[in-house]
Design a protein around this ligand. Structure first.
Ligand SMILES: Cc1cc2nc3c(=O)[nH]c(=O)nc-3n(C[C@H](O)[C@H](O)[C@H](O)COP(=O)(O)OP(=O)(O)OC[C@H]3O[C@@H](n4cnc5c(N)ncnc54)[C@H](O)[C@@H]3O)c2cc1C
Length: 154
């Protein structure tokens, strides 16, 4: 790696390890992700970082790094019995729990104070105090990376 082009990932992992990459992209919308897909980013096996709280970065990263910072939340469906809320993958998990509690929406509260972002929660199936994400999870909108690779390579 050319040391002149190194970008420190220290601010993006909670261990504060001063590991570097040479290419860092912030994804803050579906469109910004689609732009990266168009230029073939997933052919280069990018490393995705959200809150960086479940990563131990032990060496510089040669491939591109994507920081997921897609924000926002909105009510998708509300009935007498349940409410479905859509959160951006880059939202803080704990802030989202606080948002739910402030609005009197039950279900997430046992999972408060878990570090990290919304988008990593289903990847990890986070859990605490007898609740796992799978118990309250409805659906996930995601890009199928393997399919993207196939589409880009044919
Ligand atoms: C002090 C402490 C307490 C914790 N307590 C708990 C606990 O009680 N329960 C629990 O379940 N976990 C706990 N964890 C673990 C951690 O909080 C969770 O694993 C959390 O989901 C990690 O989120 P993150 O955004 O920091 O993920 P990151 O560390 O950024 O990423 C974790 C993994 O998921 C991948 N990833 C992240 N975002 C995406 C995405 N949008 N799309 C695809 N892949 C993605 C990354 O590439 C990486 O492989 C704790 C961690 C710490 C440091």
């Amino acid at each position: 790696m050319n040391s002149e082009n190194l970008i420190s990932l220290k601010p993006y992992n909670t261990f504060g390890l001063d590991v570097s990459c040479t290419e860092l992209h912030t994804v803050d919308s579906r469109e910004s992700l689609e732009s990266l897909i168009e230029v073939g980013i997933f052919e280069r096996n990018p490393k995705i970082i959200s809150g960086g709280s479940n990563l131990l970065l032990t060496a510089n990263i040669a491939q591109p790094v994507l920081l997921n910072r897609i924000k926002g939340n909105r009510i998708q469906e509300e009935t007498e019995e349940h409410i479905i809320i859509e959160f951006g993958a880059g939202e803080s998990w704990h802030d989202s729990v606080l948002h739910a509690v402030a609005n009197n929406w039950g279900g997430m509260e046992n999972l408060s104070l878990i570090p990290g972002c919304m988008g990593a929660a289903p990847i990890q199936n986070i859990g605490a105090y007898g609740i796992e994400l799978k118990d309250i999870f409805h659906e996930l909108k995601a890009f199928h990376i393997l399919k993207v690779n196939i589409i880009l390579s044919t």
